[in-house]
Structure formats: structure tokens, C-alpha cells
Unconditional design. Structure first.
Length: 76
């Protein structure tokens, strides 16, 4: 595998990773019962943790997607 193909694969895996993480954190904010263990009751603490996760993953997702789809990256 060439270096360019390896970097494209790494970019793709990173983009998928941050999109999945962002999706879980957004789902936890709007429907916390979808991500907490069965039988657990969503509390204010679970909402706080979901907002913390979203604050970390959403900007990371935006930067990762911008980096992987930028014109400079696509020319590689």
C-alpha cells in the first residue's frame, strides 16, 4: 500500500469514527434513553455527560471532515 493510499484510508477511518461519536453524543442529548443501559433512568448527570461528549466530538468532526474533503487533500 502506498503512503498516499494509507493516508486516505486513515482519513476515511477518522472521519467515520468522529461521525459515529458525534451521532452518539447528539442522540444522548435528545434521547438519553437510547444510549443509557436498559433499566437505567436518564438523569441530569447523563445529560451533562452527553453535552460534554458533544462539545468534544462535534468540533472534531467538523475539522476532520474539512481536512479530509479539502481541495489540497483531494489532490494528494
Amino acid at each position: 500500500m502506498t503512503t498516499i493510499k494509507a493516508m486516505r484510508l486513515a482519513s476515511l477511518v477518522t472521519a467515520i469514527n468522529v461521525l459515529v461519536a458525534s451521532g452518539f453524543s447528539i442522540a444522548a442529548i435528545f434521547r438519553p434513553e437510547a444510549v443509557v443501559p436498559a433499566g437505567s433512568i436518564p438523569t441530569e448527570a447523563s445529560l451533562l455527560l452527553a453535552m460534554y461528549a458533544a462539545a468534544r466530538t462535534i468540533p472534531l468532526a467538523l475539522f476532520a471532515l474539512a481536512a479530509t474533503t479539502s481541495e489540497r487533500c483531494l489532490r494528494c
